[in-house]
Design a protein around this ligand. Structure first.
Ligand code: SF4
Length: 328
């Protein structure tokens, strides 16, 4: 690889078309990191199997997500590796080896595991317990030194660091302990203004939505609940539309704040402005996505090439790991 600052790894489950939360929390950061790091981005389809729902749509969701990422600017021509987790099976070997050095108590105590048990009490499978171990294998397999994380993923990375430290302590300094790189905009609320933006809650706005679809979703957004009439002054600090204006309407945001507080702008006009700015912001992405979608085989080829390049690193690291462990 090149002489950049280090190697970044990040992965996300295949969830199909991406939304503003994915974009602000991860994708735009992924794109920017390409300037300074060798980047490896992974669509973690094996992780998606832990819930065993809608697996017949995994292929479609993987493809749609890859389209959005590529259209947003994740660019293999700049050296970035974009691939599908299950296409580099060495990760399952490292997962098995890591599982031997991970105390079970570490896993069952994790708040995320307890949360999953609450969410799917009838399907507490081994994969759920081992999820953080597989995640550690994802990162360590590429000797990534930097992992971009939002606030809520920070404990997972800490867990990876603990497994790597333990492995290195037992078998020698083979693997790299990754550092967190925090994103600026870690949490994006959905159009309900209450919960984190998520497809499963249907409170999302897709980044590749048409301007009409964007307008329709933005008009559904909740605003300051105390602003019941047009002449009521608003409180931008509690309004989700305003918090998103700060990103998508930088030139107008100061004026919007003043006009909201004095009721010189109504919420409908404020939302219209937001919808327009959002649609303009993503116009180049929509265009690139449409062009990519003309050639689906090309998108699959990019992913296959990514897996080939990832395999080169993975094969080398897994060989070092096996030698350190003493496997013949
Ligand atoms: Fe929110 Fe805009 Fe309405 Fe103020 S005018 S409450 S910022 S939508």
């Amino acid at each position: 690889m090149s002489e950049k600052r280090g190697r970044v790894f990040s992965g996300a489950r295949p969830t199909g078309r991406q939304h503003l939360g994915n974009y602000l929390g991860a994708i735009r950061n992924y794109v920017a990191l390409q300037d300074d790091y060798d980047c490896i981005y992974c669509i973690v389809d094996l992780h998606a199997l832990t819930t065993l729902q809608d697996t017949d749509r995994l292929r479609e969701w993987t493809y749609e997500m890859a389209l959005d990422w590529l259209a947003a600017g994740i660019d293999p021509a700049r050296g970035t590796i974009l691939f599908i987790q299950s296409h580099v099976p060495q990760v399952t070997e490292l997962h098995t080896i890591f599982s031997m050095v991970t105390p079970l108590g570490w896993l069952t105590r994790l708040p995320t595991f307890k949360e999953k048990v609450r969410q799917q009490p009838d399907n507490v499978n081994y994969g759920l317990v081992g999820y953080p171990v597989l995640m550690a294998a994802d990162i360590a397999l590429y000797k990534a030194d930097t992992v971009p994380v939002g606030v809520d993923q920070a404990p997972h990375l800490e867990f990876t660091r603990e497994i790597v430290r333990r492995f290195n302590h037992i078998f020698g300094e083979v693997l790299v302990e990754p550092q967190a790189r925090h994103t600026e905009f870690p949490k994006v609320l959905g159009i309900d203004g209450e919960q984190k933006m998520s497809k499963s809650l249907d409170n999302h706005i897709e980044i590749a939505a048409t301007p009409e679809e964007i307008t329709q979703r933005v008009m559904m957004m909740t605003t300051d609940p105390q602003r019941r009439y047009r002449h009521d002054p608003g409180r931008p600090e509690v309004c989700n539309v305003f918090s998103l204006h700060q990103f998508f309407s930088p030139a107008e945001v100061a004026q919007i704040e003043r006009d909201c507080r004095t009721a010189d702008i109504g919420c409908v006009d404020c939302k219209r402005l937001f919808a327009r700015n959002l649609a303009d912001h993503f116009a180049p992405l929509r265009e690139r996505r449409a062009a990519l979608a003309q050639e689906p085989d090309h998108v699959w080829d990019i992913l296959a090439d990514g897996a080939r390049r990832a395999s080169v690193i993975a094969s080398e690291v897994i060989a070092q790991v096996k030698a350190a462990v003493g496997l013949p």
